[in-house]
Write a protein that binds this ligand. Structure first.
Ligand code: FES
Ligand code: FES
Length: 177
């Protein structure tokens, strides 16, 4: 069936089988392999992406459920070659070891900061409760998200010397047979 959706600011029209999962569309059809599959059952959070800004498990969704909606994956966070503040803080705080959980962690944290730019530690832990990490022990991850929130706040309060450039979603359209 023909599916239209926007992924990381790019509009796609693509013919998909009705039972194709969203994670398979992203990884196999669109080549966005940053999104990882761990359990495939909604238990580990490694497949987390944003759907209209909210965190969802892409292993539990059909691709067609994203029709006419906006999907953001880890590849969509960096802007003009600059990593998102969450990505930078994960690196700086040593919150990445094997890295398998990291894209899902960051997308869940992104959804949290979209909704609440000033989360408490308890709120961060709650938002990431569905994301499992076998390496870090979570402490550095919580610290990274907290630091990203502080940096966002500081940036919002700082005077903005003409941030020209950014502005608006990418308008490119990709149409696949
Ligand atoms: S792969 Fe989706 S929750 Fe584990
Ligand atoms: S860094 Fe290895 S699973 Fe989290």
């Amino acid at each position: 069936m023909l599916l239209s959706l926007t992924v990381n600011g790019i509009r796609h029209e693509i013919d998909v089988p009705p039972a194709l999962r969203l994670i398979d569309l992203l990884r196999d059809e669109l080549g966005l392999t940053g999104t990882k599959e761990g359990c495939g059952e909604g238990e580990c959070g490694s497949c987390t992406v944003l759907l209209d800004g909210r965190a969802v498990c892409s292993c539990l969704m059909l691709a067609v459920q994203a029709r006419d909606r906006e999907v953001t994956t880890i590849e969509g966070l960096a802007q003009d070659g600059d990593l998102d503040v969450l990505q930078r803080m994960f690196v700086e705080h040593g919150a990445v070891q094997c890295g398998y959980c990291t894209p899902g962690m960051i997308m869940s944290a992104k959804a949290l900061l979209n909704e609440d730019p000033h989360p408490t530690e308890a709120q961060i832990r709650s938002a990431l409760a569905g994301n499992l990490c076998r390496c870090t022990g979570y402490t550095t991850i919580i610290e990274a998200v907290s630091a990203a929130a502080e940096m966002q706040e500081a940036a919002a309060e700082a005077p903005t010397p003409g941030r020209g450039g950014g502005g608006g979603a990418v308008a490119a359209t990709e149409v696949r047979p």
